[in-house]
Design a binder for this molecule. Structure first.
Ligand code: GLU
Length: 389
């Protein structure tokens, strides 16, 4: 079993969620010194080659300070207006602070549909991956200005967990004013015990999460445990730690109290298990021997190698891939809708734009979205038969 606590530099891609109370003071607004120290921690991680994504709360808290709204609960329209005002200031603050470490920030505002509907999920994921590829740090928040009660996360704990699974992160760090998980609310129960590692989120662990949240933020321990379930089942470890000290990531490295949740499996395995486990693929692609070889050597499926497209599917649906011998060899997420796939099957990637009228993706199924499910026709029990010429 993998050791639950590892130095942060052992991770490859880290999502850091920052609670409103850390960034915003009701009376004085943005906590600039704290943000600068946080950005220095982010720069330190990045200098070790780790991809960093930030899910930053604070838009509503900052906006209500700027607009001088009275304390207490806000109506939906008021929090939407507060978010509109606060998000500009928040994004600017991140951008300015990160730029002192020569890091470029990119603002990404998501709604529930962007992480839950497959097509939008793929689009959001592609944009975030592109930002990372270009060396920028995505600064993500829920698009509170347009999110309504029915279609919103409402808390950034679960949003951050969905982002972590979306980009295949291997670590999610939830920073807030809570330093971790206790067996009972510590301010109410003197016997409450701190839990520093959680191997699995059992019903007992879930029962320990009360409903309490701090005044500035929406997330309490409940949403943090929900986030833990989303992250760990997708193979992503999670840490709950206090963000109160300056340099909170350095503090975690130096052994500050924090609760670590062990992942089940690796992000890649979890994702591929999910793809392979889809019961009813929405369609099939029959491919030629050259494409089959390419897939077996870990490459993406290009339109040129596709001989036939069957079924009705949309981009993002799971489809089965049939090898040259007509048997299923792989499953993957379609990069194109079925009718588009039919039009570009057998065509070179350079011809796609002229056929579809827009420059689509080069791959019919990207290798990150592909899992091999069947052996080669001439393979038995995982061993390839010798071929005599
Ligand atoms: N998206 C909200 C904001 O930026 C924060 C939600 C939360 O507190 O988790 O104000």
């Amino acid at each position: 079993m993998t050791k639950t606590r590892k130095p942060l530099q052992k991770y490859r891609r880290v999502v850091i969620k920052i609670g409103s109370a850390l960034l915003v003071d009701r009376a004085t607004g943005l906590k600039k010194a704290w943000l600068d120290a946080m950005c220095a921690d982010i720069a330190a991680l990045r200098s070790k080659g780790i991809d960093v994504l930030v899910v930053s709360s604070g838009a509503i808290a900052l906006g209500r300070t700027v607009l001088k709204l009275p304390p207490g609960a806000l109506k939906l329209e008021e929090s939407q207006a507060a978010a509109a005002v606060g998000q500009i200031a928040l994004a600017r603050a991140w951008s300015e602070s990160l730029s002192t470490d020569a890091i470029v920030a990119g603002q990404v505002l998501l709604t529930l549909g962007d992480t839950e509907e497959r097509r939008r999920y793929l689009n959001a994921r592609a944009t975030i991956n592109q930002l990372l590829k270009l060396g920028a740090v995505p600064i993500i928040n829920e698009n509170d200005t347009v999110a309504t009660t029915e279609i919103r996360y409402g808390d950034n704990d679960r949003l951050a967990a969905r982002v972590a699974t979306m980009v295949g992160a291997d670590l999610l760090v939830l920073l807030s004013d809570i330093d971790g998980l206790y067996t009972a609310p510590p301010h109410l129960d003197p016997d409450a015990r701190f839990l520093d590692t959680i191997a699995e989120i059992t019903p007992e662990i879930e029962a320990m999460a009360g409903g309490a949240a701090s005044e500035l933020s929406r997330g309490g321990m409940r949403t943090k445990i929900d986030a833990g379930k989303i992250a760990t089942t997708a193979g992503c470890a999670m840490i709950i730690a206090s963000g109160k000290p300056d340099h909170p990531l350095a503090a975690i490295e130096n052994g500050a109290r924090s609760s670590w949740f062990a992942p089940s499996g690796s992000p890649v395995t979890a994702r591929k298990t999910w793809i392979a486990g889809q019961l009813l693929p929405a369609g099939t692609l029959s491919i030629d021997a050259g494409a089959e070889d390419a897939l077996r050597s870990g490459k993406s499926l290009l339109p040129a190698g596709v001989r036939e497209v069957k079924g009705t599917f949309s981009r993002g649906d799971t489809i089965a891939i049939l090898g040259a011998a007509g048997r299923e060899i792989a499953r993957g997420l379609a990069g194109y809708d079925a009718d588009e796939a039919r039009q570009i099957a057998g065509k070179k990637s350079a011809e796609i734009a002229a056929i579809l009228g827009y420059a689509g993706r080069a791959a019919m199924v990207h290798r990150d979205d592909l899992v091999m499910t069947g052996k080669r026709a001439d393979e038995k029990d995982g061993r390839r038969d010798e071929v005599h010429a």
